[in-house]
Design a protein around this ligand. Structure first.
Ligand SMILES: [Zn+2]
Length: 445
């Protein structure tokens, strides 16, 4: 029987018992693999070379034998026929209705074609996210995003419309104009990167004498694009600045909107297992990890994306399963604490593995420090040298010694490293509009 509930966007899928969910996932995996096999030369060759056929897929373990697709493979076929996507394309070129590309933070951008049906699928995936975060028809959602070739909040816009929210596109307005429009229209929700959420609050206070928590009507914020909303100290700063609940979402251009934090805020994000299969692989052995609290690399499949399918995509994101199910009642599994980093850029400094998010957690956990900071790693002779620049809040000058002590202790405890720490006047470190570059590794140059 179809469960009646207004708690879930899709009450049937989101509460499906795990064994039924697994059976559905296997069926949907086989279907998308067959689609790619039949319609794309790239995939057919990939599977034939590996000696696996869609009909061989009967268990989740069978899926782990299907070859992975890496970003570099996508770059290699790009700009070939059918131009500019290459032979991963599964539909006639004229059926493509949307072009997006990756931001290119790890090299040459990857192109992503979508059909209209794919675009509807994007909006549907976002509807799960927004509904789980409490968005309803009565919300007026302001989207302060430069609508462009990056997918970013495009799908958030359409997902919110699909839910019946009223959506205000804040396109080319500058930050002050966006804030004033949000105030004028009494927007109840917004979406942006954590960097921009904090940046907007800063500009509101400094340039407009506006306190977002007091003078605006925003009650919920959806973050994406950076790990901040899953870093407790950063989440707390954003929630305090806006007087709103802040929720995380992780997605990617080549994958889709695969995860969401729900209103229960369980310390992790649900994988949308109705639309995606996420498998976590051990970094060394490649074996699938089922147990909680063991980090590995995410390999992900989107079941319903047709133009340029995402099948066993090697995302390089480091994630781990949560040890508990979520109190919200969804059976979709949780990944704990968001994405911890990328397998590509796990950084070793002085022989110690370093996740930049650990530094962020420490800096943002000290209230006398500003939101911005910068970490620079350089080579001095044979050894690595790591420096951290932080901003001191205007009234905290006399606490410098105490703060320095706190920073040193907590950083050593959390990251096992010693830093060359310097204080800078509030407002002097670079501000970022969208994604920040606060971690600079200059050793390779
Ligand atoms: Zn939940």
């Amino acid at each position: 029987m179809y469960p009646k509930s207004d708690k879930f966007w899709n009450p049937l899928l989101e509460t499906l018992p795990r064994e039924k969910l697994a059976a559905l996932q296997i069926k949907k995996f086989r279907r998308i693999m067959q689609w790619a096999f039949d319609n794309s030369r790239f995939h057919r060759k990939l599977y034939q070379d590996a000696g696996v056929a869609p009909a061989d897929i009967r268990t989740l373990a069978d899926i782990a034998r299907v070859p992975k697709v890496e970003k570099s493979m996508m770059r290699n076929i790009q700009k070939k026929d059918p131009y500019p996507y290459g032979d991963m394309l599964c539909v006639p070129l004229e059926n493509v209705s949307a072009f997006r590309q990756t931001s290119g933070t790890t090299g040459q951008p990857v192109y992503q074609p979508d059909t209209w049906q794919d675009w509807e699928w994007w909006a549907e995936a976002w509807a799960y996210i927004l509904y789980a975060q409490g968005y309803r028809k009565s919300d007026r959602v302001f989207i302060p995003f430069g609508y462009n070739i990056f997918v970013a909040f495009w799908a958030g816009h359409y997902g919110a419309e699909k839910l019946g929210c009223e959506v205000v596109p804040g396109g080319v307005l500058n930050t002050e104009a966006r804030l004033l429009k949000m105030q004028e229209l009494r927007a109840t929700a917004t979406m942006a990167t954590p960097t921009y959420i904090l940046g907007m609050a800063d500009i509101a206070r400094k340039n407009l004498g506006m306190d977002p928590a007091r003078d605006l009507f925003v009650r919920r914020i959806t973050c994406a694009g950076e790990p901040g909303a899953s870093i407790p100290a950063t989440k707390k700063r954003m929630e305090a600045a806006w007087g709103a609940k802040v929720y995380d979402h992780i997605g990617a251009t080549e994958i889709g909107a695969w995860s969401y934090e729900c209103e229960a805020q369980p310390g992790g994000l649900h994988v949308n297992e109705g639309l995606f299969l996420v498998q976590i692989e051990d970094l060394e052995t490649g074996k699938v990890i089922e147990e909680p609290n063991r980090p590995g690399k995410m390999v992900v499949t989107a079941f319903d994306r047709l133009a340029q399918p995402c099948i066993r995509f090697d995302s390089k994101d480091i994630i781990m399963w949560h040890e508990r199910p979520c109190p919200c009642g969804r059976t979709f599994r949780l990944i704990k604490g968001g994405v911890a980093g990328r397998a590509d850029d796990i950084t070793k400094v002085k022989g110690v593995l370093l996740a930049p998010s650990a530094i962020e957690e420490v800096v943002r956990g000290i209230p006398q420090l500003g939101d911005e900071y910068e970490v620079v790693v350089v080579k001095k002779g044979d050894t690595d040298d790591i420096s951290l620049k932080v901003e001191l809040q205007q009234d905290a000058g006399n606490l410098k010694g105490e703060i320095l002590q706190k920073l040193n202790d907590q950083l050593r405890h959390k990251t096992g490293l010693r830093y060359d720490i310097s204080f800078h006047p509030y407002g002097s470190l670079p501000r970022y509009e969208v994604k920040a570059r606060r971690f600079k590794d200059l050793r390779k140059k």
